[in-house]
Structure formats: structure tokens, C-alpha cells
Design a protein around this ligand. Structure first.
Ligand SMILES: [Zn+2]
Length: 64
């Protein structure tokens, strides 16, 4: 299970990656914790920006 308890730096990077995915469909940013690529998913009303390692970190946003 990915960790959603991010520090400020990790949250900032995943937030920036999230904007990249929405604007450009991809991001060059890497996971701040392990350096792996980041991925973007929409599941129902949940918007997820996470490390490609499913056991690393993720940023969860609930859409409106
Ligand atoms: Zn990671």
C-alpha cells in the first residue's frame, strides 16, 4: 500500500507532477523518495498521482 503521509517536499513534487499530467499528459519529475517514474490515474472521482512503485508514495485528490 502506497504511503499517503507525505512531507512538504514530496507533496510539492507530486502536486507539480499532477499539474504536468493534466496539462501535458506526462511529467519528467521522478519520485522524490525512490527516483522511479511517476504515474497518474483517475479511479472514479479520485485523482491519484503516485510513484510507479505501488508500495512507495501517492498523492490522492478527490475531484468535484
Ligand atoms: Zn517512489
Amino acid at each position: 500500500m502506497a504511503d499517503t503521509n507525505l512531507n512538504n517536499n514530496e507533496r510539492d513534487i507530486l502536486s507539480e507532477a499532477n499539474r504536468d499530467f493534466i496539462e501535458y499528459g506526462s511529467t519528467i519529475k521522478k519520485c522524490p523518495r525512490c527516483g522511479k517514474p511517476l504515474v497518474y490515474q483517475i479511479i472514479g472521482t479520485k485523482e491519484i498521482t503516485r510513484c510507479s512503485d505501488g508500495n512507495c508514495i501517492m498523492l490522492l485528490a478527490v475531484g468535484i
